[in-house]
Design a protein around this ligand. Structure first.
Ligand code: C2E
Ligand code: CA
Ligand code: CA
Length: 682
């Protein structure tokens, strides 16, 4: 459209006898400018760098080319030839600038495979060649007095160019995904223009008797290019500071997670890289006690200390909250662990918060690419896992260890599954927590007088799990009380069922230390009794010596409250813990449960036998009954009876079995004993 307009205007002025070539040149240059804009836009969608100074570069470059042309052609100013040369030079300059831009775009925007880019460049080059040839021919000697009217060849070339470009629709090309482009390439163009302007200016000055056209244009080009460079440099500086900010943690000024990720990515091919994840222990307490402002100050202090301790050996980053990380580019596992200890020491020095000294500790996990952990996700995950391990162990430094990680992982899974299993809503996906019952037999007459409820986890994949597999886990994760309430509930219900079937039995439930200390214990026991309808004197609670000694005063208080209801208290594992005979006096116990280790050795070891015998005497003198657990054979059974033991429990009389099975067993046994069968051992 622009070129067509120029041609139309040219015809009108020619008919009116006006200056030749001016209108056509105007249209041609405007068309070239539009093309230039289109080319730049083509590039823009790729690089996403907004550059409003592009037009300045285009104008300056044009000025530089016209200046160069004048320098070379040297037509006499004011003449027709000079006038014609200026117009020709202007068009040629516009074409060359567009051609240069096409080249740049081809490179930067990665359009080398785009046929359209090549077609446009070829059309530009052809038109420029036609212009150059025409210009040189005309400058060589004007053929007529009218000077250099645009030849039909030039017009045809331009028209061809415009058609080709319109057919390619440059600038409306499908937007390519933006790339983080270097603005360097753009700067190079501006610098070239500026330098060219300056050189031309110098050359012009050195050549005596020259006129102003070339110098003026050269000066314009130099100035335009210069302004552009200045602008680009400012923009680059801004960009750099924005990038810096985007990679910095605002609170501490150290690198942020993003910068860390980049840096760890770079570690992927470092054979001796290491990643440390540093987490402050109990930092929440600092925040809670002193407020967040002080907490922030403490974090800043810690960051500065860590940076100091790192001593430029790596990059320190804050991952957020009270978590930091350090990337070491060149450190074997030993060196990384040693450094971690130095970081730990730096954190451990007291920090001043509101005039008070706060003591901090940290847990540090170390992952090393020398140990085969390479990928970014791998290093971060492993360092994190090691840190978690360190934290579990109460702080300190941990080097990532695959086995430990797998164990910790399995443990976490088991813990979560246990949580769900204990939660009744969890259904059966994670199995159920049930009780198995083991009979307790009176040594005097062989009657079953009680049963101990023992927890079992019916795990869907791992089968029936014994308490050893999950009790510690429950204790560590605060699941011991829900577990015990579960057991209490099932045990009391089972016992109520036996009673309804005419069996007169007590049921014993084990209490852990944490349950004994739980304020809701007495209430939970009352509830279980009320729900099941079991009389209180049918329930026995087994408490180990160790639990009782954990907080003797509390134990005395709680056991008294339980005993006041008629509940029996049994001192479990008696003889295995560190006993204090004096506390036995203060406890309202009714039973001592001799630890399995004594039972097992009583027949073979005379000294153990003496201990058992002495314990029987002690129990009886204190008005307690003695039950021996772990009775596995007939000989032990007989010996215990001889020694005066009251009751026994063990595989000899029955293994722990599910509640329903136990009830059936009780019925069968009653039927058996009712029938006059002789020779029964027990
Ligand atoms: P414990 O209280 O000493 O329970 C007796 C353990 O000895 C049971 O192991 C039982 O199966 C086992 N046992 C019984 N007779 C014999 C025998 O003749 N020979 C041998 N070698 N072992 C025998 P279990 O069921 O694996 O329970 C282990 C421990 O887990 C229990 O020791 C108890 O301390 C704890 N526990 C079980 N259930 C609970 C519970 O519901 N709450 C709490 N807090 N602890 C429980
Ligand atoms: Ca027990
Ligand atoms: Ca025991």
């Amino acid at each position: 459209l622009l070129l067509g307009g120029g041609l139309a205007l040219e015809t009108v002025t020619a008919l009116a006898g006006g200056p030749r070539g001016a209108a056509f040149t105007l249209g041609a240059v405007a068309a070239a400018a539009a093309l230039y804009h289109g080319l730049v836009h083509w590039n823009r969608v790729r690089t996403a760098i907004s550059d409003p100074g592009d037009w300045l570069n285009g104008v300056s470059a044009t000025a530089a080319v016209v200046a160069l042309g004048n320098f070379l052609v040297r037509a006499e100013p004011g003449t027709h030839a000079w006038w014609g040369a200026q117009l020709g030079l202007l068009r040629l300059a516009a074409l060359l600038v567009a051609l240069g831009t096409a080249g740049t775009v081809l490179t930067i925007a990665g359009l080398r495979r785009d046929r359209r880019a090549w077609v446009v460049a070829a059309a530009l080059a052809t038109t420029a060649a036609v212009e150059a040839v025409t210009l040189l021919t005309d400058a060589g000697g004007p053929r007529d007095g009218t000077g250099t009217a645009p030849t039909s060849l030039v017009v045809a070339a331009w028209a061809g160019l415009v058609l080709v470009v319109a057919a390619q629709r440059v600038g409306r090309a499908r937007a390519l995904p933006p790339e983080d482009a270097s603005s360097q390439t753009t700067t190079v163009g501006a610098v070239v223009v500026m330098v060219a302007g300056v050189l031309l200016l110098a050359a012009d000055t050195l050549r005596p008797g020259d006129h102003w056209t070339s110098s003026l244009l050269a000066a314009a080009a130099a100035t335009g290019g210069g302004i552009r460079v200045l602008r680009l440099v400012t923009e680059l500086a801004q960009l750099a500071s924005v990038r810096q900010e985007a990679r910095t943690d605002p609170l501490t000024g150290v690198a942020n997670r993003r910068a860390l990720v980049e840096s760890v990515e770079a570690l992927a091919d470092a054979p001796r890289g290491a990643l440390l994840v540093i987490d402050l222990d109990r930092f929440k307490e600092v925040n809670d006690r002193f407020g967040h402002a002080v907490g922030d100050g403490v974090i800043r202090t810690v960051a500065a200390r860590l940076e100091g301790a790192l001593g430029g050996h790596g990059l320190l980053a804050r991952l957020g909250g009270d978590e930091f990380a350090a990337v070491l580019r060149d450190a074997d596992p030993d060196a990384a662990v040693a450094l971690a200890h130095r970081l730990l020491a730096a954190v451990a020095r007291p920090v001043q918060a509101e005039g008070r000294a706060v003591r901090l500790e940290a847990s540090i996990g170390v992952a090393s690419s020398a140990l085969g952990v390479r990928a970014l996700g791998g290093l971060l995950r492993c360092a994190d896992a090691a840190m978690y391990d360190a934290k579990q162990a109460g702080g300190g430094v941990r080097l990532y260890d695959e086995d430990a990680d797998a164990r910790a992982h399995a443990e976490r899974e088991l813990r979560d599954a246990l949580r769900v299993a204990l939660d009744r809503r969890g259904g059966d996906a994670h199995g159920r927590l049930v009780v198995h019952l083991q009979p307790q037999v009176d040594l005097a007459d062989g009657r079953v007088v009680g049963a101990e409820a023992l927890a079992r986890w019916e795990h869907p994949e791992r089968g029936l799990l014994a308490p050893a597999a999950f009790l510690d886990l429950a204790e560590e994760n605060g699941l011991m009380t829900p577990l015990t309430w579960h057991v209490l509930d099932q045990a009391t219900r089972a016992a109520a069922g036996w009673s309804a079937a005419g069996h007169d039995l007590t049921v014993a439930v084990n209490l852990s230390t944490s349950c004994l200390a739980h304020p809701g214990l007495v209430g939970a026991v009352d509830d279980a009794l009320a729900r099941s309808g079991l009389p209180a004197d049918r329930l026995v609670l087994e408490i180990t010596e160790t639990s009782l000694m954990h907080d003797p005063e509390l134990a005395v208080d709680v056991t008294h409250r339980l005993a006041a209801r008629g509940i029996g208290i049994s001192i479990d594992d008696y003889g295995s813990g560190y006993s204090s005979l004096s506390y036995l006096n203060d406890l309202p116990a009714e039973e001592l449960k001799l630890d399995r280790s004594f039972t097992a050795r009583a027949t073979t070891d005379p000294r153990t036998r003496a201990i058992v015998s002495g314990t029987v005497d002690l129990a009886h003198h204190l008005g307690l009954r003695l039950i021996a657990e772990g009775v596995e054979d007939e000989a032990t059974h007989v010996l215990l009876r001889e020694l005066g033991c009251d009751r026994v429990q063990g595989y000899l009389h029955g293994r722990p079995v599910p509640a329903a099975e136990f009830a059936r067993w009780l019925d069968d046994r009653r039927a058996e004993r009712a029938a006059p069968v002789r020779g029964s051992a027990v």
